[in-house]
Design a protein around this ligand. Structure first.
Ligand code: 4AD
Ligand code: MG
Length: 458
């Protein structure tokens, strides 16, 4: 039976493994033929490290087999676990059987060179998964996704699935992909598949609210889509979002939940992926581990939007977008606050209602809404959330102000008519979370198959 490499390389007591015979399989990271023996570095993706395999030239067919095993080839090895005399590893495998499973032509295999630019690797997304960086990203992503479910399940939230094809624009900004079976010249929606306009969802929030008003605490974790023509290192056209929604919860409770959630998943990643995070700390973002440690170890800074505007107005830094009350904060402002001014995660609250979505609850000042954004160093906005407007009459007026048709939101309004309760929720951009935890600079490198303007390979 095949043993995964993490079970060998991260065994609690490696000494008990000594002299056991195991079968391992994976892809060759490198092979060095020293004539009397060969060193093969094997990786199967289960962990960051490679397993060193020593193949003695006594092995039958050594001369024919070794030249056929090249970087990228897949192999199966049977061998004995022995102590390694080398300084880079404590154990290695002394091969007794070597089988080439899939050859890999060294003349054309693109992953020959040790280091490639992330830009180049994006053009070979079908192979970049075999690089150190993408391996580490995939494992940290896995840890963060698993920890997300673990956190909300432990907190008593119900995991719900909201639709991907949606009839409404949650964020009201019109940045949606249309879903249609009509040919491009047809404009009569009654002839369309759903007999009305349909889109890929930008957020599961509105449907999550339906669930929350029956089950109290729920969360979704699914793909969302934005047809905005953004070419930044923090925007994707298809990204994953975690969206909890809580009934009988105000904005303070929303913030508390979000802060606790982020700290929980970051700590989980630190505990379960130390090797991957060490790699990122060393080669991708110097000081990453310290940044993560700081995040889990101290409270987030919390202040109203109005106070943030004052800080920005007094800053000596020149911003491209001039600072005044009412400004929709740009990434430059968000990053100044979290990276330069506070040097830690910042929760901004009570934004001007003009710049926020229709569903956010009006504050009594008549100017702001019960919104919160969490900003983190290196990224800017990681979380967007709010207390929802639960008062029917106020919500009706807000729809009108946002030029949205109340008929399209009849069901959303009915939730305010029948047993309405104060409720809150937020959305975490999963790829931005992965970016933050790995220190990866471009969001296109933390999702295996990134979709952005002009790019939809596979
Ligand atoms: O701030 P947003 O637009 O909020 C919502 O969609 C709410 N309905 C969420 C809720 O309250 N349930 O998006 C939430 C988060 C952002 O803070 C950001 O991290 C991420 O989603 N995000 C994106 N991530 C990658 N690419 C994009 N184009 C993103 N747009 C938003
Ligand atoms: Mg937002």
């Amino acid at each position: 039976m095949r043993t995964k490499l993490n079970k060998i390389l991260h065994h609690e007591k490696p000494e008990v493994l000594l002299h056991q015979t195991v079968t391992v399989a994976g892809w060759v990271r490198s092979i060095r033929d020293q004539k009397s023996f060969a060193f093969l570095a094997l990786n199967d993706g289960s962990t960051f490290a490679n397993l060193q395999v020593v193949i003695d030239s006594d092995l039958p067919h050594y001369e024919t087999i070794i030249p056929s095993i090249t970087t990228g080839a897949s192999v199966q090895i049977v061998g004995e676990i022995v102590e390694s005399p080398g300084k880079n590893q404590s154990i290695e495998i002394k091969a007794s059987e070597v089988t080439l499973i899939g050859e890999c032509d060294p003349a054309t295999y693109p992953l020959q060179k040790k280091r490639h630019s992330f830009e180049f690797l994006r053009t070979i997304a079908h192979l970049r998964t075999r690089t150190n960086t993408q391996g580490a990203v995939a494992r940290v992503r896995n840890a963060l996704a698993f920890a997300t479910h673990k956190y909300f399940q432990e907190e008593g939230f119900l995991y719900v699935q909201t639709p991907i094809i949606s009839g409404s624009d949650c964020e009201g900004s019109g940045e949606m992909f249309k879903v249609t079976t009509l040919d491009s010249k047809e404009t009569d929606y009654t002839k369309d598949f759903f007999q009305k306009p349909a889109y890929l969802t930008v957020s599961g929030q509105l449907e999550a609210e339906i669930y929350a008003l029956a089950f109290s605490d729920v969360y979704t974790f699914g793909p969302t889509f934005r047809a905005e023509n953004s070419h930044t290192s923090r925007h994707l056209a298809e990204f994953w979002m975690i969206e909890p929604e809580m009934a009988f919860a105000d904005l303070a409770k929303d913030i508390e939940c979000a802060e606790k959630y982020i700290k929980y998943v970051v700590r989980y990643a630190m505990d379960s992926c130390p090797e991957d995070l060490n790699f990122f700390d060393k080669f991708v973002e110097k000081g990453l581990l310290e940044k993560l440690q700081n995040l889990v170890g101290s409270p987030f800074e919390k202040l109203p939007y109005s106070d943030a505007i004052e800080i920005l107005a007094k800053a000596s830094k020149k911003f491209t977008y001039p600072v005044k009350w009412g400004l929709d904060l740009q990434s430059e402002h968000e990053r100044y606050l979290t990276e330069t001014h506070f040097k830690k995660p910042v929760v901004l609250t009570d934004y001007p209602k003009e710049i926020k979505a229709f569903y956010m609850r009006d504050n009594d000042d008549g100017k702001t809404v019960a919104a919160m954004d969490i900003l983190v160093p290196g990224i800017g906005e990681l979380v967007g959330g709010s207390q929802r407007e639960e008062r029917l009459d106020v919500l009706e007026k807000k729809l009108e102000k946002h030029n949205l048709n109340p008929e399209d939101y009849w069901w959303y309004l009915e939730l305010r008519k029948y047993g309405s309760v104060p409720h809150s929720g937020f959305g975490v951009g999963f790829e931005r979370l992965v970016q933050f935890v790995t220190g990866m600079e471009n969001i296109r490198d933390v999702i295996a198959f990134p979709r952005y303007p002009g790019h939809v390979e596979f």
